[in-house]
Write a protein that binds this ligand. Sequence first.
Ligand code: 13P
Ligand code: ZN
Length: 276
Amino acid sequence: MDIMKTKFFADFLNVTEDGVGLGWHERNGGNLSYRLSPDDVDEIRDQLLPKSEWLEIDASVPDLKNEYFLITGSGKFFRNISIQPEENCGIIQVDEAGERYRICWGLLNGARPTSELPTHLLNHEVKKRVSSGRNRVIYHAHTTNIIALTFVLPLDSRVITRYLWEMSTECAVVFPDGVGIVPWMVPGGRSIGVESSKLMEKFDIVIWAHHGTFCAGSTFDEAFGLMHTAEKSAEILIKVFSTQRKIQQTITPQDFRDLAEHFHVVLPEEFLYDRD
Ligand code: 13P
Ligand code: ZN
């Protein structure tokens, strides 16, 4: 099967196109990776041929040894990925030690995987473990309204989670674990990847202050849906703040407890504090 005709590839492109449509991928902003399943690999094995030397990941991910990832290229514009996939994304394989990778398809003309490769792979390693192998997608987008909130709200998971939950009834059901927050850090390296992956132990959504958002999911729909839901909620909050009017009513902690019971989700009490 031609790689570009597989379902996972179509789903990958769908996310890049929809993210562009929502304004989250200015220039080369954002990146996306998918951990191939054994069936995916079997389907395209004849096209996975080493195209580069082994290159340093700048992170250690032993639990991802020998795994293949479809991933966007560094400096590549999301709006071009579906037009010229082989130039703008590619498939890499992690080595036996989890220290290096090589390009096996795509990333033509000397392209390299996203500069956020350490964060993607460290997040994949955590999520693979905590989801018993189900999680396959890590998605980073420059979500306008979430970024805006990181200038005006305290960088506190309890505060930001609660605000996002309150802005839209579905939020607490869609991301009952809440959101994690990484304070501003230099992007594109190991350190921010380590901090992000610590939060991925607990959260499926991790916000990078003044930068963007990472979401994890077992499918492209799940990861994209998380991004979309949290960003929509942030947009509502920005609109509410923009009115400069006092909030007259909202979803209360008891409302959330009722919601949790009805939808059979667990909402940690740490987010259901009384606000005055
Ligand atoms: P890349 O072009 O290297 O993927 O970087 C984009 C980005 O969003 C960095 O955080
Ligand atoms: Zn970014």
